[in-house]
Design a protein around this ligand. Sequence first.
Ligand SMILES: [Zn+2]
Ligand SMILES: [Zn+2]
Length: 396
Amino acid sequence: MFDLSEAKALEQEVIQIRRTIHMQPELSYQEFETAKLVAGKLRTLGISVRTKVGGTGVVGLLKGAKRGKVVALRADMDALPVTENVDVPFKSRRDGVMHACGHDTHVAMLLGAAMLLSKHRDDLYGQVKFLFQPAEEVGGKGGAKPMIDGGVMKEPKVDYVFGLHISGTEPSNVFALRPGPIMAAPDTFKIRIIGKGGHGSSPHLAVDPVFVSAQVITALQGVTSRMIDQREPFVISVCNIHAGTKDNIIPDEALLEGTIRTFNEKTRVSAKKYVSSVAKSLSRAFKAKAVVDFKENEYPVTVNDPAATKKVMRILRRIRGTRTVVCKPIMGAEDFSRFLQKAPGAFYFLGTINPKKGCTNTNHSSQFKVDEDVLKYGTLSLAKLAYEFGKPNGVG
Ligand SMILES: [Zn+2]
Ligand SMILES: [Zn+2]
């Protein structure tokens, strides 16, 4: 079922859809035109459509003729505040906005899969849900949660969920994934160090928050090297520091901001606790006070279900012209993680590095350029996953 020739027959249409969306990129929660295009296309395929789900989200439901499981496929739709620096005829028509993460390709590939699947409705098991999600790029307030709150994983209840991301770090025609944790949980922190201002010549009469900040920044690296199990991937970076106005004034306060990245909930909880206690106790030792805040509702770790991932790999390996590799965990984060908390499934990447076509920059770069020849493989992979996982026996 679903061979490459069928995906190739749709290739030009999928590329055209991608270019249309690429020219009209829309920022998070403003994906109005994109959602309209998606809903229109799904309707022409005879797929039932719900719009304005969790903001600008669109959900399609395709019922197969045979009994089986419910498989959800997700594509995110938002673009980034980046000015495109790639010379292509379908360059972004909107100043300062660009599909620099390739979400335009996700929408196009998922619509391609919807075309393939609807054509084969009579052979299809179960039901396929198409989740077109707003706002993946906004951190804690991403579109997956409002969509889940809007009921997309229920009625009918989703048995498996899959998400595909185009990748500027893997070569063209390569699928990359891994069982278990694949993307990190990002936790953003703010540390306010409150001292007491004074003259630079008399630090003993002041409480110097600049000095204390330096101690805290250094000591935080000890959380990585001395407090967290070395077998657990963990990163802590202080990326922003603000204090003071002049060379001889000790300021009242200093502000540090940074991020931590973890791959399991236990490490995540202890890392946050240690960051907080190190900053507070060290500040106290030097007569200052630290107020530590973590941003709430950050994305959880993206965890691929091991059994489902094994089956996904088998399915992907059968796609002619592609290669499937096991990738290392990625320190970036994804709110696809929230769907995986509701149903087993997998998040996987499709590479797009192709130096011959000038496709060498990573996602989020103003020079990110997609090798469009890979889109047919993405389309085919999504359709195949929906078909295979829809079978009544599920993971086999
Ligand atoms: Zn991104
Ligand atoms: Zn992305």
